[in-house]
Design a protein around this ligand. Structure first.
Ligand code: SF4
Length: 334
């Protein structure tokens, strides 16, 4: 396979065929550099060599009634995670300040819940108002990850000043019942449609390494394209003792990079984000920047991550640059 022809198609916004997409995921490791170089051409067209940093806040932790088999906060997990209800607003704003100090331009607030209540949305809305009123913080892109959401809740989030809503597909439709039984893939699609109908930007991606097949990953990639998802985080399953899916086969770094590259080819204009687990790619970690234009710093929901100063060093060493907010760069943010 000549992967540059796939880059040419992506640069013309043409969809890959399923066979072409399969060829990316099934390529031998000695073709990885060719895949990454082709993905880089597409990435550079839309994002240059810029890297957007994102910072997460686990705003409500460890008390979820759902049974997602990959999650340390689920009701079936025995992993020792912190348990607390929605954080007070000052803690939320404090973490937004940490995001700016870390050089992040997106701040993502997540809660462990089946879905946010009206009261949760009101509470987060008050914190967002404080963030928007602070001249040092107001430029942050605000993302929330709040579980299943109906149309009205999405409209309320839009009114509260939220920019993006994250709700991952996680895997392909066929595989979904093997990783979760308390809600369905269709429920997830419905939430994403509600997000779009409210005029919010969409963030939805997946997790590699949950025992899925190549076809499951292809299904997910094409579903994300069909829905025109704008921000696609790709996680590599972190194996945590007490979490049911810790027993799945580990993912190789090369496979994770092929999946991220596929997302770049099938969703060329989307932000592709190397999310939790990227640190497990070892010496190949910096290669995530060939397909991905965005990274998380300073930890994940329940696991530690790399400190932002270390991340900034390897970003620069790999020949990329940390993106600054439009406002900081002297460009009107309007
Ligand atoms: S809904 Fe979210 S927090 Fe709850 S178990 Fe699933 S992934 Fe974890």
């Amino acid at each position: 396979m000549d992967f540059q022809t796939l880059a040419d198609k992506a640069l013309r916004d043409e969809p890959l065929t399923r066979d072409e997409a399969r060829a990316v995921l099934c390529a031998p490791d000695d073709e990885l550099d060719a895949i990454l170089d082709a993905a880089l051409r597409v990435r550079e067209q839309h994002y240059g060599r810029r890297v957007k940093l994102c910072l997460l806040l686990n705003a409500q932790s460890g008390i979820c009634p759902e049974d997602c088999g990959y999650c340390s906060q689920s009701k079936i997990s025995t992993a020792p995670v912190q348990k607390y209800r929605l954080l007070p607003q000052e803690k939320i704003v404090e973490r937004a300040r940490a995001a700016v100090d870390a050089g992040a331009t997106r701040f993502c607030m997540a809660i462990a819940a089946r879905g946010a209540t009206n009261r949760d949305i009101e509470h987060l809305g008050e914190a967002i108002a404080e963030i928007r009123d602070d001249p040092k913080l107001c430029h942050l892109e605000i993302c929330t990850s709040l579980g299943l959401l109906d149309a009205q809740k999405c409209r309320d989030l839009k009114a509260a000043g939220v920019d993006y809503v994250n709700h991952n597909l996680n895997t392909g439709e066929q595989h979904y019942p093997k990783i979760c039984s308390t809600h369905t893939y269709a429920d997830r699609l419905e939430t994403l449609r509600n997000v779009q109908s409210a005029g919010l930007h969409t963030c939805a991606g997946g997790i590699v390494g949950m025992g899925e097949s190549i076809d499951d990953l292809l299904d997910m990639a094409f579903q994300l394209r069909a829905m025109e998802i704008e921000s696609i985080p790709i996680n590599v399953l972190i194996r945590i003792k007490g979490v049911p899916l810790q027993i799945a086969q580990p993912t190789s770094a090369a496979h994770a990079l092929r999946v991220m590259s596929l997302m770049r080819f099938t969703n060329p204009r989307a932000e592709v984000r190397a999310a939790a687990g990227r640190e497990r790619l070892g010496e190949l970690q910096s290669k995530v920047l060939w397909p991905a234009n965005s990274l998380f710093v300073d930890g994940y929901l329940t696991t530690a991550g790399e400190h932002h100063t270390d991340v900034q060093k390897w970003i620069e060493a790999a020949g990329f640059e940390v993106e600054v907010a439009k406002q900081e760069a002297g460009v009107s943010a309007s």
